[in-house]
Ligand binder design. Structure first.
Ligand code: G1P
Ligand code: ZN
Length: 543
């Protein structure tokens, strides 16, 4: 077998966003495009020779082809061993867990998360470091710089490996092990949660539906929920991973998981619903006729963690991304632990987790996780909730309502304006920025502005500074309006507006969030001059 040195064409559009490099499949299929980025990753890393790499993806179109290319490039660049999921599959949380368990050098995940798949859909690639977490900004910047100047890449001239068959193979001097993508992850879950209690729940007639959205979590959910926990057959719906996710949009929210939502609201008695996204790191939790916002979910999990085996020692601290509601802050206060506020994106939790400052964290975008790994983890969150239900013997709705009774309710919503022109979106943000200093002290929607700024974060561990992380307008009564531009889209710009208000009065806890936040939305749209700048009457997606 020979190692080929192939002349590359450097690219100027390989800048990773909130979560790795995401582009249309067609872009990734351009000659040398994937190779150039993979070589840029390897060139930016040091001392990986002879070490182990974890490789897998969410099963979307181009996953298998990309896995074969990366295996040959890893061999040519001197990795000692690659553990690759069967058929090239591994969920994002499974990669994170495998990196940690096998003391690997790092991992490569092939995914564009919840973005649509298929030949005309999106593809993506991200690198996770030895702690199991997403590469920090300094590293992704290095990938980008390198990708722009790279002259050649290294690849072995070898046949494709049979990724559908478990076993050990050799690629030049490199060992390749095709592993069961599910087993080790399922074992870890069994260690963290009281599987006997959850099994008791199911044998007592409790019924759930888990929507795999034809993405990577189907096989994980079947093994854990149906095989190990005894949930009835058919608990997992849309469980088979498909190249195009069955034409759907594998994003677990009220818009994209409509069928699941109607099952939970239908005539048949289903007690619990859950869904995950393309690569398995997101989660949505539903009760019967009840939707748990991700922000509330994080707060309830923090308040109940001590009831579960893996968290019995209590939490060292918690963290949430800036736009996530402040519900968890109230729990942290009650528990007497620190609550950190980080910019959007999981990578900002890594240092806090590594330093033991936090043991639970989450984002409003359907992401929750803990110190068991360094990614958000969809099925883990589902099991966390099932374990809470089993111990507290209450329904999902009862658990959340009793939480509100104790801590108050943070009404919350996010309005996304998708596919705006890049200039239009930047114009809205500039317009908002120009008003910040004048907003302080003003009264809007009968609330007084106490802070208006562009969020900047100084990492408490390594003192690195991340600026321009979203515009915040905070009111004296705890209400907030936040604006930021998405860093994960592949078409135009997506502007996100996040709205939150606090309600302490139990008699006011049953309002429709859109009604409760209507006055704040009006203020948010006026300040941004949305209608005249974007021509949009309303958001494309509301969650
Ligand atoms: C979105 C979410 C963010 C999450 C990221 C990756 O990023 O808002 O919380 O970490 O996806 O799943 P955004 O598109 O807003 O940059
Ligand atoms: Zn994801």
């Amino acid at each position: 077998m020979t190692t080929l040195l192939v002349a590359s064409v450097p690219f100027d559009d390989q800048k990773p966003g909130t979560s790795g490099l995401r582009k249309k499949v067609l872009r990734f299929q351009a000659p040398h495009y994937l190779h150039n980025f993979v070589q840029a990753i390897f060139d930016s890393l040091a001392a990986y020779q002879g070490k182990t790499l974890i490789l897998g993806g969410d099963g979307r179109f181009y996953n298998r082809e990309a896995a074969q290319i990366i295996l040959k490039m890893a061999a040519a660049n001197g990795f000692g061993r690659v553990l690759v999921g069967q058929n090239g599959l591994l969920s994002t949380p499974a990669v994170s867990a495998l990196i940690r368990k096998h003391h690997a050098f790092g991992g490569i995940i092939l995914s564009a998360s919840h973005n649509p798949g298929g030949a005309d859909g999106d593809f993506g690639i991200k690198f996770n470091a030895a702690n199991g977490g997403p590469a920090m900004e300094s590293l992704t910047e290095a990938f980008f710089s390198r990708s722009k100047v790279l002259q050649q890449y290294r690849i072995d001239d070898a046949d494709d490996l049979p990724l559908e068959t478990l076993g050990c193979y050799q690629l030049a001097d490199m060992d390749v092990e095709v592993i069961d993508p599910v087993a080790e992850y399922a074992d870890l879950m069994q260690h963290l949660f009281d599987f006997d209690a959850i099994r008791g729940l199911f044998s007592g007639g409790f019924r759930m539906r888990f929507d795999g959205m034809h993405a990577v979590t189907g096989p994980y959910a079947v093994e854990i929920l149906e095989r190990r926990l005894g949930a009835e057959k058919g608990t997992v719906i849309h469980g088979e991973p498909l190249l195009d996710f069955g034409g759907g949009h594998p994003d677990p929210n009220l818009v994209h998981a409509k069928e699941l939502v109607s099952l939970l609201n239908g005539a048949e008695r289903i007690d619990f619903g859950a869904a995950s996204d393309g690569d398995g790191d997101r989660n949505m939790i539903l009760g019967r006729h009840f939707y748990v916002t991700p922000s509330d979910s994080l707060a309830v999990m923090a308040a109940s963690a001590h009831l579960l085996p893996g968290y019995r020692r209590g939490l060292s601290g918690v963290a949430r991304s800036m736009p996530t509601s402040m519900a968890v802050d109230r729990v942290a206060k009650e528990l007497g632990i620190e609550c950190y506020e980080t910019p959007t994106g999981w990578k900002f939790f890594g240092n806090l987790l590594d330093a033991g400052k936090i043991s639970l964290c989450g984002e409003e975008s359907f992401g929750t996780g803990s110190d068991h790994m360094r990614e958000k983890d969809g099925l883990w969150a589902v099991l966390f909730w099932l374990n809470i239900v089993a111990v507290r013997k209450m329904s999902v709705a009862e658990i959340v309502k009793s939480h509100w009774q104790k801590f108050g309710r943070n009404y919350y919503t996010r309005h996304d304006y998708e596919e705006l022109g890049l200039d239009v979106a930047a114009g809205v943000m500039d317009h908002l920025r120009s008003q910040l200093s004048a907003l302080m002290g003003q009264t809007l929607a009968s609330r007084t502005v106490v802070l208006a700024d562009d969020f900047s974060y100084t990492d408490p561990i390594d003192a690195s500074v991340s600026e321009g992380q979203g515009i915040r307008i905070i009111f004296a009564d705890g209400a907030r309006i936040i604006y930021r531009l998405s860093g994960t889209g592949t078409v135009g710009a997506t502007l996100r507006i996040y709205l939150e208000s606090f309600e302490g009065d139990v008699d006011q806890h049953d309002l429709d969030p859109q009604a409760a936040l209507a006055d704040l939305l009006q203020v948010a749209l006026q300040l941004a001059d949305m209608l005249s700048r974007t021509g949009r009457e309303s958001a494309s997606v509301i969650t």
